[in-house]
Each structure stands twice: as structure tokens, then as C-alpha cells.
Design a protein around this ligand. Sequence first.
Ligand code: DGT
Ligand code: CA
Ligand code: CA
Ligand code: ZN
Length: 584
Amino acid sequence: MTNKEIARILYEISLYLEMEGDPFRPRAYEKAARAIEAAVEPVSEMYARGGLKALQQIPGVGRSMAEKIEELLTTGRLRYYEELKKKIPVDVIGLTSIEGVGSKMVKALYETLGITSLDQLEAAARAGKIRRLPHFGEKTEQKILKGLQFLKQHAQRFLLGEIWPLVQDIAERLRGLKDVQRVEIAGSIRRRKETVGDADLLVISRRPAPIMEFFVSMPEVMHVYSHGETRSSVRLHNGLDMDLRVVPEKSFGAALNYFTGSKDHNVALRRIAQEMGLKLNEYGLFRGTRFIAGRTEEEIYEALGLSYIPPELRENRGEIEAAREGRLPSLIPYGALRGDLQVQTNWTDGANSIEEMVESARAYGLQYIAITDHTRDLAMTRGSDEKKLLDQMAAIDRLNRRWRGFRVLKGAEVNIRKDGSLDIDDAVLAKLDVVGIAVHTHFNMSREEMTARIVRAMRNPHADILFHPTGRVLQKREPYDVDIEEIIKVAKETGTVLEIDAFPERLDLRDEHIRLAVQAGVKLVIDSDAHNRHHFSVLEYGIAQARRGWARAEDVLNTLPCQEFLRQLKDGRATRRARQRSKR
Ligand code: DGT
Ligand code: CA
Ligand code: CA
Ligand code: ZN
């Protein structure tokens, strides 16, 4: 049984316990589920190594939880879980994945209408049955229908970060085969789109048959749609579809360009070719029947009178015009970050200590991190109050004497209250190196109110960085209603830095928002939002998003060395203080 499967069952138990109104145990199961999901070592191996004792090393796993995991590992079943499931046999994870539907509501829907699945829920909502239930009403019914629609729109796509490691791994395995000259991942994955429909792989080989054979027989393959000489297509166990095409070496650049897309970019390129009296397709660029270019992408762009366009920009949003006029930006390179400004630790809801986070950050090649635990109002994370923050600052001072060439910055992820005030006193904020501010409560405000709330917080002289500028959770929660253009305008005025949260399901700022910010001259940071020591690896997805937003290294402050970075933040504070004084 995989960690993911175990975590899912524990998570389901937490939802069942919540239905029963149990006050504490749901959180305990949820916490254990999270820890198991994040664990790198398979739980089955931990158990084989050290039995129940080893299981109890997992954060949040006590004796009785360990015994349940043991039962799962040894028998493949869990009686406790089955009993809960028998009482209310519903798809509780599926149903609660709809925004606004909680476990209590699932219970009521089951007991009154016998709803057990998403399909049944949809049918009932469409038939107007939900509005007639006590405590539900028409508004709830509408909200459920909206949530269902949202789920459907996103259901067939995968988060880039969710499938990236697996797709890279498969490409690597193909590269290791005999007679394979080259393997590239094309499509939306190469463009690093935040969500991906399917994976498109290209191979050069003179003997494709054994490669196709290998591809359709990989252990991850659940279903083979087609198995041909030059193209095969499969579905993997995780639901991702994958195409593999073998293309001639001479046409590789043309094929890579075609299958990288986007479709709109391709259409625009083809039109340019036509205007030049040429023809562009996946085999090459031709004048009549004469092959002009196609071995590499570079020679195709050159022949079309364009500078080379990085895949992340290929969305036909002005990149072709910019390439023609030689004004494409020089994008922030992968690996360019020296610091990370949003890191949580076990002082609040993170899994690891400050020291462990530092060790890990160093291993990822960073030179500084800001510790930004949650603050007071997020009581469920044991958010810091002023006293706890001051204690943590003292602890950081002690730790900083330990390392050379690495600096821990004192920070916090301060809550923006409903009225736009912050939940930590200014006097303590003034002592922090990095003050991130974020909305974590009261998401359902009107656009005007939400924008005014955030703007007010941004005007606090101590507020350096706006964390989570939109609050979205991809495929789960819409962004809160906020006027992002107004936020960008105010950020320019106040010198507030906007955060690109690199977590694959967050990426709060969409590519288009980033582009607007860059155009406005607003500075950005790319943060991991790490909650455990493995999370620094997500920074790369943040860089990808920044590149899709046309950002250069100079637009992203944490490409700077620590001292220079801090100087820029201090300049921002000085600007805000001056503005505040002049207003009085
Ligand atoms: P996805 O899979 O939905 O995340 O997005 P893509 O961009 O990977 O799209 P996909 O897998 O349907 O096709 C891969 C590439 O093939 C696409 O980016 C561009 C090219 N392509 C597909 N269909 C067409 C088409 O009808 N016309 C042109 N010009 N190119 C196409
Ligand atoms: Ca694709
Ligand atoms: Ca495809
Ligand atoms: Zn957190």
C-alpha cells in the first residue's frame, strides 16, 4: 500500500469523524494523513524496518494510529474504516472536494436524499431538490452547481507539479534505451503551463519498434490506446494520457516546434510562413517541395525572421511581434534564486525545525531564507503572537552565529484582518527583516471590500511583501474577488513586493498577472511556501510561472544576494513611511 493510499484512507476517516461532530480526532487524522503524504520513505518500508515504533516517528502518529496503519499494511484493510464507511457509504472525499460542501452537509444529503456520489448530487441539484431541504435553500443549491461545474472544468487536467517528476522520469528511462538518439517532452509541459491535459513525448530513433514496445509495457501504463510504429498512446495509472512519437532527425526541430505549441502560436507561425511564400508543418519549413529548415527550432525561427522564442512564451500573446522586433525579454533563468522568503517551521504548522529548513535550503543552493510562520489569528496553526515572534527572533539570532555564507532572516506571514489591519503590533513588525502579509480568513467579500482591505494592509509601512495575492487553490478554490490591477497599481506606489507562490496548486499570480506587474515596474519574489524540508524543490515551478509572465531576473528580488535584497526591502519601507507622513 502506497503512502498516498494510506493517507487517503486516514483523510477519509477524518471526514467521517467530522460528520459525527467529533471535536479533536478529525484534526489528528488529517495531520497524520498530511505527514504520510509528505513522507519520502514509503511507510511500508518504515514498518518493515522498525515496526510500530518506526511508525510512531511520523509526526502526528501515536500508538493507536500506528496500529491502524499496521493493520492496513499487513491485511490491506482497516476494520475501523470499514465500519465508518458502512454507516454512511458515500464518496466523502469526492463530495467534499466541492467548495462549500463540508462533511456535515454530506451527511445531511445522504440522510435526506440518499446522495452518495457527485453524479447523484448533480442530479438532485438540477432537479431543484436541494433547495427544499431544511437549512439549505436556493443559494446553497446554486453554489453546489457552481462548484460542480468548476470541478468538471478542471477535472481532466493535472497540475504541472503533480506530473512533472514522473514525466521526467519516463523521459529519462527512454533516453537510457539502446538506439534512442534523443527524447524531448513537448506540449504544455514544455511550455510549463500550470495545468496539463496530456503529455507529448518525441523521440529520434532509427529502430523505433523496441522503443514503442518498451513504452506501452511500462509499469505505469494502465491502458494502451494505440501501439504503432511511429506513434503510441497510453493512459497511466494516475490518469494521465501520454503520447510518444518517433520523428526523423531531419525534422526534429519542426516536430518539436509543432508539438510544443501552443496551437495559437503554431497558427501564427504558419501564417508568417505563408506570407513569405513558405509552408510550415511538423516536417519542416518548405519552399514548394524544397526543405529549407527543420532540424532545429532555432533555424526555423531564424528563417522566419524571428529571434528564438522560449517555449514558456509561446501562447501568441505578443511574443511573435516582440521576436520580430528583437525585444523579447531575457527571462529569469532556472536556478537563479538565492533566497526564499516564505518558509514555515514547526513553530507553527510546518513539519521541520528552523535548523532543518536551513540545512535543506543550503542543499538546494540557497543563501538565505526568511522564516515566516503564521501569526495570531490563525489559531489552528498555533500562529505566533508578539511574544512568540520575539522569542523566535532571539532563536534566529543565536542560530545565525552558526553558519557562514547563509543567513536566516526574521519574518512572519502576518494576517490581514477583515478591516485591513494586521494581527501583529507595528512595534514588533518593525523588528522583523521581512514582513509578509496575507489574507487567510474572510474570503467571501465583495471585490471592492476585498481590494480596499488588502490595499489598506499594503499601506502599512512595515508590510514588505504581499503573500498569496489572489488566494486561489488550483482546481479547488477560485481566487478571492480582488481587483488585481488596482493591487499592482498600489504596489507600484507603495513599493510593496508581490509574491509568486511557487507551490504547484497555488501559483497565486497567473502568468498574465505577472506580466502586468512586470510592465508596471512592480518587483516580485518567488517563494516556496515550504511547510517541510522537501518543499524547496517547488521553487522551479515558480520560476517557470515567472518566465511565462515575461519576468527577467531583475524583476525578481530574490535573485539578489541577501544584503542587496534587504536594502531594497528597506527602501520600500522608507517609501511607505514617507508617504504616510506626507498624508498627515
Ligand atoms: P494540453 O495537453 O491541453 O495541456 O495542451 P497542449 O498544448 O499540450 O495540447 P495538445 O496535447 O492537444 O497538443 C500538443 C501540441 O500539438 C499543441 O500544443 C500544438 C499542436 N497541435 C495540436 N492540435 C493542433 C492543431 O489543431 N493545430 C495546430 N497548429 N497545432 C496543433
Ligand atoms: Ca499535451
Ligand atoms: Ca497530446
Ligand atoms: Zn502554513
